[in-house]
Structures are given as structure tokens and as C-alpha cells.
Design a protein around this ligand. Structure first.
Ligand code: FUB
Ligand code: ZN
Length: 701
């Protein structure tokens, strides 16, 4: 493990503006379509009004319905005989994520209407706040008097974390501190309730999130107690006796009771008690990434944050260990994690199914957040590359090109019949994006990430020799307004990334003296070409360090060679054995029925399937497509048969066209696959009417 600590801190999203290109377009859709559509869903489903506390539980109301609906959710969460939706125990987090995303948008363009809507919700949260600082809709109106009795399952700390993040965003965007005041009082309350003293709860959240939020609050307010509380939650996790078990016993619940789906009980996973919640072991003893994927990645993000602020080496090492396990054995090529449907969790090493993949959008968002925080402790491209992979693929596939439909689960292969025959019954799993979900974590998570993406582009810190460095982690047309040694520095990127790998960087400053720009060189890019003058240049952990006096000559040109390549999965990923996926720059590709006949799953890429990239302005919002010649078996020879002896003469040529994975399922429902059959030793050229197999003659490409 490379233990060199090289701390840097994010350049705020407020200081970075996308001025054109790929992400600018996506942000505009996010602002104009996604965020308004999400607000409307929150309004019509009762989420917005839930904070007004108009719901009153009726004495004899029946059980919650919790119905999954595809379009619209008016009856969601209604109990029998009730007319006002019963606030769900994590609706507060939905509203908070929406406020967060909408706040970022306000910074880019002030909008009095949106601001008034947010102010209204904040005022309702303010009225909801108890004199001791507690804020939670569910426990105010649905189960009053029961707060902090089921920290394991009921998401109070998770909702608090999201409210803190929302408050930070709203404050930074508008300068208005009213939500910040609310969450500070709430965080103070939480700080009084949880901790090591006898009168405190020695506990931690059932769903991590608050840890990273508390670090954000610490950075914003400078109050160390928030950082200490974040560290406390992480350090307490997994200690014995298990907090979740103690809590259940104190409340008269059976710790083995796993709830309606059976998954929440103490011994549900073989990896250890409460492994679904990463509470089976203290975090420093967790050798593999187990349990619920979003929880794990948020925990990793929190660990990296706390390690970065406290210098805690053992916490950092534990964080790296988990990261390595995830990214080397348990992550999809799209950067997505959590392959197991059912409890949204990690599976054993290399268990990465394609058609039944869960690969939740939130989990990809969490990977971006985690990767970015890893970079702040150690600028190493293995973190930046994964962050980028998750962003362009796992995250972005979660939203339609139109911006108003969403994937919860993101499959790497799909067949429409699975949907039509209702083999897959849960809308979260449908291979068609939905307008909304009863549990709608993903749409909102994605929107807040896209709107704050500028904040993931740069970090700033000191090098080992004390020199100043600005790290460039992502490439995107736009400007960053930074201060180096207290002088203004404007960094401008001009690029057509991710369609091309040329990046022109112009630095405008009158700061005298040398400082360093460190540029991530993605692993896919092979040999980059850097053109600049009067600079000292070196490479370290996949970053190209360029030190010079930028006030004298503020230009550099970086060329990252971008070619379509065939990627293979580790042989342990049995579903992908004998298969390859196309990648072009940071983008993973897939083949869809819309561009290729059906029978995608029978197509084979061969040793001489040359991949050709070309830009198609009018397709799917303007994309680079990849064309390749392949082969497939001739169906004529299969008439009336289900099986027959294998033969080489079945094959016929087929032209394949691949599109970026994030664009799939935007042209109706159809078959899709990321992984295609691949026989590198086979040449699809015809010899004597047959297709030649070079491997037979020892000529493996
Ligand atoms: O539990 C809150 C969120 O809902 C999780 O992060 C997602 O995985 C989904 O279960
Ligand atoms: Zn989600």
C-alpha cells in the first residue's frame, strides 16, 4: 500500500463553471427538466406537505401499503382508510437531496420561485424542530415519542446527514443561514445524544451518510465537535456487544427478526452479525466490502474524510483496503457496485451478473463521492479513474436523455421479455426508466451530484516539498476561479472530452513564481502528449505534475490518445468469460437492438473486428458511436432445432454498432448488452466458404 499522504481539499463547486460541452448540456437538462420533475413528484406524492405535519395517525388505521407504482405515487405509503400520505421514514432525505441539488442550481442562476419553494420547506422544517433541536418528520407525526429507538433501521441519522448537506449547499449558494441554523442545532442535539458517556447512546447509524455530512459541517463552521462526532460514529461501528442488538433488546424486539423481507435480522448474512450494515466488525478490521453497497461507499467516503482531517493512518489503511476489495473484485466495468438484488448488496468476489445486476444508481453516485475523497488524501489515478468511470457510466445511465425518467437498478444486459413476462416484477429492476419510485433515493441523488459536479473537478494542496499544487481530476470545458498563495488564478479548460482527448489549459494569473498543476492521466489513455514551455514535469501515481511560473506562460496542451478498445473482465467473473466490452475513453459502450438486429447475444467479436469511432451529431444527443465487424451464427441452419452438433460453418458476418452505455434504453425497450462474445483467435475472414479459426493454427491475436 502506498502510504504517502498528500492532502488536498476540493475547490468549491461555486468556483467552477462549465461553459460548454458534455456536462454543461447535462447540467442544463438537470436544471430545466430533472429538478423540476423531481419537485413535482415530491409535491404530488405528499413529500413536500409531509413537513407541515398535517398527517395524523388514526387510531385504527391499517398497515402501510407501501405499494410500488410506476407512474405517480399518490397512493404510496397510505395506510388503509387514510387520505393523507403517511410520511415515510426517509422522506426527509428526499426533500433534503432535492434542496441540495436545487441550491447548487441557484448559485449558477438565481431563481426567486425556486428559492421561495425552498424557503417554504425550510420554514416547515424550522416549525418542526423541537426545542431541543430534534428534526424528523416521521418521528414527529407517525411515531411521536419514539425517536432514537430504532437507529438501526429507521434512518434518522441518514436523514439528518442529508439535511446537513442540503443546509451547506443552500447556505453557500444563497448566503442564507436559516437551514444551517436548524441543522447545527440538530447536530448539537445528536452530539448530546450519541457518545461515550453513560447517559449517551453508544451507537451509530443503520445507514451511513451523516459521517461525511458532519465533516462538511465541520469544514463550513470550523467546529471540531462535528468532526469528532463523525469519527465517533465510525470508530464505534462493529464494536461488541453490538449496538443494534442491544438496541433491539432494550426495545423488546427480537434482534433476529428480519422485517417483512427477512433481511434486517442480526444473522441474515453469513459474513457476520449485522454485516448488511457493515457493523459485523470494527471498520479497521473489515477486510472485504460486505453488505449494502450504498452504505459501504458512504462509509468509505466518511472514513476518507475523517482520515484526511485527523491524519488517522489506521483509518485510512482500512479505507484503502475496502476500496481495493471493491474495485479489484466487486465492481462493474461501469463503476457500479452492489450486484445483488434483494438487499442491494455486495456479493462474493467476481459475482457480477449482467441481466440481474442491481447496480443501484445511488451506489454509483456513492462511488464518485468516495473516489473523490480518496483523491483528497492521496492523488492517485486509481481513485480518479474509478470516480470517472462511475460518473460517465453507472451514474449517468440512471437518467434518461430527456432528464425525467430514471433507473434504480442499472443492468448490463437486458432482454425485453424478462419485463413483458413479469419475470422481473419490481419496477426498480425494469429495463425501462421510470418516472419515479416509491423509494426515490436515486433520482434525487443523481440530480444533486450532476449539479455539483464542478466541485469534483479540482482539489488544491501542498506537495511534499511545500510547493502549492492544483490537481485536475476531471476534464471538462469550463473555468475555475482559484486562489493560490492568496492570488487569483483562473484556469480555463477547452476540450471536447469525452469524445476527444485534447485538452487546452490556459492559466490566467499575475501570481509570480512557480507552482504546480497536476493532471490526471487516465489509465486508458496510454502515452499522453504534453506540450508546454519552461516547465519542470514529473509523473507520480498517474498524475502529471507540471511546475512553472504560470504568470509568464499560462498555456499547456494535453493530448490523451483516445481509441476504442476491447476490455476483458478478470477470469473469475464467470459471466463475462469469453466476452469483451468496448470502452472509448472513460465511456463504456453497449450494443442495443435499436442499432443492431436482435440476437445481440449471439454476436461475436473476432480477432480482426476493427473498432471504428465516429461522431453522430443527430443520434442520442450527439455521441461517438463505435462500429465493428463481427460474426454470428446463421439462423437458417437452426430451423426447428433447439440443439445440434457444433460446427464452424454456421457463421455469417454482422455489422455491429455500439453506443455509450449511458444512452441505452432511450429508444424504447429492446435488448442490450455491454459484454459481447469475443474470440480473439478467430478471424472472421472467409476461407473456402468457411470462417477461418486462426487459433486452430496457433495464430492467436
Ligand atoms: O435506504 C435509503 C436508500 O434507499 C438506500 O441508500 C438505497 O440503497 C435505497 O435502499
Ligand atoms: Zn438509490
Amino acid at each position: 500500500m502506498d502510504e504517502r499522504w498528500q492532502k488536498s481539499l476540493p475547490v468549491s463547486w461555486k468556483n467552477v463553471r462549465f461553459t460548454g460541452g458534455f456536462w454543461k448540456k447535462r447540467q442544463e437538462i438537470n436544471e430545466q427538466v430533472t429538478l423540476p420533475a423531481e419537485y413535482e413528484q415530491c409535491r404530488s406524492s405528499g413529500r413536500v406537505d409531509s413537513v407541515k405535519c398535517i398527517y395524523k395517525p388514526r387510531e385504527n388505521s391499517g398497515p402501510e401499503k407501501g405499494v410500488f407504482t410506476i407512474d405517480g405515487v399518490l397512493e404510496e405509503n397510505m395506510a388503509d382508510g387514510e387520505t393523507i400520505p403517511r410520511p415515510h421514514h426517509y422522506w426527509d432525505s428526499d426533500l433534503a437531496k432535492w434542496i441540495e441539488g436545487a441550491s447548487y442550481a441557484l448559485w449558477y442562476e438565481r431563481n426567486p420561485e425556486t428559492e421561495a419553494v425552498i424557503d417554504g420547506i425550510i420554514d416547515d422544517f424550522g416549525k418542526l424542530q423541537m426545542p431541543d433541536g430534534y428534526v424528523n418528520t416521521y418521528y414527529t407525526v407517525v411515531e411521536p415519542g419514539k425517536r432514537w429507538t430504532n437507529v438501526h433501521r429507521m434512518h434518522e441519522l441518514y436523514c439528518a446527514g442529508h439535511l446537513i448537506e442540503a443546509a451547506a449547499a443552500y447556505y453557500e449558494a444563497t448566503g442564507k443561514a436559516k437551514l444551517l441554523d436548524i441543522v447545527e442545532r440538530y447536530a448539537d442535539h445528536i452530539d448530546r445524544v450519541f457518545g461515550p458517556a453513560d447517559h449517551q447512546i453508544h451507537g451509530y447509524p443503520g445507514h451511513q451518510e451523516i459521517e461525511l455530512a458532519l465533516v462538511k459541517l465541520y469544514r463550513l463552521t470550523g467546529k471540531k465537535k462535528y468532526l469528532e462526532l463523525a469519527a465517533y460514529f465510525l470508530n464505534e461501528r462493529g464494536k461488541q456487544p453490538y449496538f443494534f442488538e442491544e438496541e433491539a433488546r432494550q426495545q423488546g424486539r427480537d434482534p433476529e427478526d428480519g422485517g417483512p423481507k427477512g433481511i434486517l435480522g442480526k444473522s441474515f448474512l453469513a459474513q457476520g452479525p449485522y454485516a448488511l450494515f457493515q457493523a459485523h466488525l470494527p471498520v479497521r478490521e473489515q477486510m472485504t466490502a460486505e453488505g449494502h453497497a450504498v452504505r459501504l461507499a458512504y462509509m468509505g467516503a466518511g472514513m476518507a474524510d475523517v482520515a484526511s482531517e485527523t491524519g488517522d493512518k489506521s483509518l485510512w489503511q482500512a479505507c484503502v483496503r475496502l476500496w481495493d476489495n471493491v474495485t479489484s473484485k466487486r465492481m462493474y466495468i461501469t463503476g457500479g457496485i452492489g450486484s445483488q438484488d434483494g438487499c442491494e448488496r455486495f456479493n462474493f468476489d467476481y459475482q457480477l451478473p449482467n441481466e440481474e445486476s442491481y447496480h443501484e444508481t445511488c451506489a454509483s453516485v456513492a462511488m464518485v463521492m468516495w473516489g473523490f475523497r480518496m483523491l483528497q488524501v492521496a492523488p492517485d489515478r486509481r481513485y480518479g479513474d474509478v470516480m470517472e468511470r462511475a460518473l460517465y457510466n453507472g451514474v449517468l445511465s440512471g437518467v434518461s436523455l430527456s432528464g425525467d425518467r430514471f433507473f434504480y437498478a442499472n443492468h448490463l444486459a437486458a432482454h425485453p421479455e424478462m419485463f413483458r413476462d413479469r419475470i422481473i416484477r419490481n419496477p426498480r429492476m425494469f429495463p425501462e426508466r421510470q418516472r419515479w419510485f416509491a423509494v426515490s433515493c436515486c433520482p434525487m441523488n443523481l440530480a444533486r451530484l450532476l449539479e455539483s459536479l464542478g466541485g469534483y473537478q479540482y482539489t488544491q494542496g501542498k506537495l511534499e516539498d511545500g510547493g502549492q499544487a492544483v490537481y485536475v481530476h476531471l476534464y471538462q470545458e469550463g473555468t475555475a476561479d482559484i486562489r493560490v498563495r492568496d492570488k487569483k488564478v483562473v484556469i480555463r479548460q477547452e476540450t471536447d472530452y469525452p469524445w476527444q482527448g485534447d485538452i487546452l489549459v490556459t492559466v490566467g494569473t499575475d501570481l509570480d513564481g512557480a507552482w504546480t498543476l497536476a493532471l490526471r492521466i487516465p489509465e486508458w489513455s496510454g502515452q499522453p502528449v504534453l506540450e508546454t514551455e519552461d516547465a519542470e514535469v514529473w509523473e507520480d501515481r498517474g498524475y502529471l505534475y507540471v511546475r512553472k511560473d504560470w504568470s509568464k506562460n499560462g498555456h499547456l496542451h494535453l493530448s490523451l490518445p483516445m481509441q476504442p478498445v476491447l476490455m476483458e473482465a478478470h477470469p473469475g467473473v464467470r459471466m463475462d468469460c469469453g466476452k469483451a466490452a468496448i470502452q472509448y475513453g472513460p465511456l463504456v459502450y453497449c450494443v442495443e437492438e435499436a442499432d443492431n438486429d436482435a440476437d445481440l447475444f449471439d454476436c461475436i467479436l473476432t480477432g480482426d473486428s476493427r473498432l471504428e469511432a465516429g461522431f453522430e451529431e443527430s443520434l442520442l444527443g450527439g455521441i461517438c458511436t463505435i462500429q465493428a465487424q463481427g460474426i454470428r451464427r446463421n439462423r437458417e441452419q437452426w430451423k426447428g432445432r433447439l440443439y445440434q452438433p457444433a460446427s464452424r460453418s454456421y457463421f455469417e458476418p454482422v455489422k455491429l454498432k455500439a453506443v455509450p452505455y449511458y444512452t441505452w434504453a432511450n429508444r424504447g425497450t429492446g435488448a442490450m448488452t455491454v459484454w459481447m462474445n469475443h474470440i480473439p483467435g478467430m478471424d472472421h475472414g472467409k476461407v473456402d466458404g468457411k470462417y477461418e479459426d486462426k487459433a486452430d493454427r496457433g495464430n492467436v491475436n
